[in-house]
Design a protein around this ligand. Structure first.
Ligand code: SAM
Length: 266
């Protein structure tokens, strides 16, 4: 049986480069194939952000890992963006990209693709520069604490949250998944928005030597957890993982996307 300690222990072996290789290059990130999972995720995020309803001062991405694709659209609507992760190896990977250092992961195919999706007229290089400028901090986070970002960012101060493949991937069971959702929700202002993406019916994934247990969730479980955390669900979409993208790095069956708004009365 997983515990918070065993989950934390398993992450000590997490290898950011292996994780990026497993999930963020072809075939999963195939920009010539509209049905690839990465294109689906980017489209969900771009469509929600194109409504103009998700905007404000501060955007926080919870459990960024070594990736930045998840903030490409939302970043355009906030003054400052904060990336966060539990592991220093991931925060280091993020800083390498932010500072454009040698060896950083190449997110330019994502930048080009999202620029086209957004069709706002600027170049992808301008978008990349803007994003690097807007990310003001890369902070440690622990979603299992009642104040996941400690004193750095206090409860009720954040306009919007993004979180992708984090809650189910680092909770030992469903109760802790729900509690973690409650913990991150406390960061949001009333009326604040959450863009949540995650794995459906997954029990593990690999990142180099690390095998990470995942809490298998269904659409119904995620919808109920959001309602219990006092969100109004504004959009919910699911993606079925095609057999060609089941490449032996996890046992995921699908992906969900939720756009939810924290209710005023909370
Ligand atoms: N957001 C990225 C993505 O979309 O690919 C990374 C998701 S990865 C599956 C899960 C991330 O959760 C890892 O980067 C890991 O370091 C982080 N994590 C592990 N334990 C955590 C905790 N207690 N609180 C917050 N994040 C945690």
């Amino acid at each position: 049986m997983s515990t918070l300690e065993s989950v934390a222990q398993s992450y000590q072996q997490f290898n950011p480069r292996a994780y990026l290789q497993n999930n963020y290059v072809p075939p999963r990130a195939d920009f010539t194939n509209e049905d690839s999972v990465v294109q689906w995720k980017l489209r969900c995020l771009a469509d929600a952000c194109a409504t103009g309803e998700i905007a404000g001062q501060t955007l926080v991405d919870i459990g960024s890992g070594p990736t930045i694709y998840q903030i490409l659209s939302a970043s355009e609507h906030f003054e400052e963006v904060v990336l966060t992760d539990y592991l220093e190896v991931n925060r280091g990977e993020l800083r390498r990209w932010l500072q454009d250092e040698p060896g950083a992961f190449d997110w330019s195919p994502y930048m080009k693709h999202v620029s086209k999706l957004e069709a706002t007229g600027g170049t992808w290089q301008e978008k990349q520069k803007r994003i690097r400028e807007r990310v003001k901090k890369v902070l440690p986070v622990d979603i299992h604490q009642s104040d996941p970002l400690g004193e750095e960012i206090s409860g009720g101060s954040v306009d919007a949250l993004v979180s992708t493949f984090c809650l189910e991937a680092c909770s030992p069971n469903l109760d802790m998944f729900k509690k973690a959702l409650g913990n991150i929700t406390k960061l949001l202002k009333p009326g604040g928005h959450l863009l949540l993406i995650g794995a459906l019916e997954e029990s593990y994934y690999l990142a180099g030597e690390a095998k990470l247990n995942v809490v298998p969730v269904t659409e119904e479980i995620v919808r109920n957890a959001l309602s219990d955390a006092r969100y109004e669900i504004k959009k919910f979409k699911t993606y079925v993982m095609p057999p060609a993208l089941k490449v032996g790095v996890d046992d995921v069956n699908g992906v969900f996307f939720a756009w939810a708004q924290k209710q005023d009365s909370q």
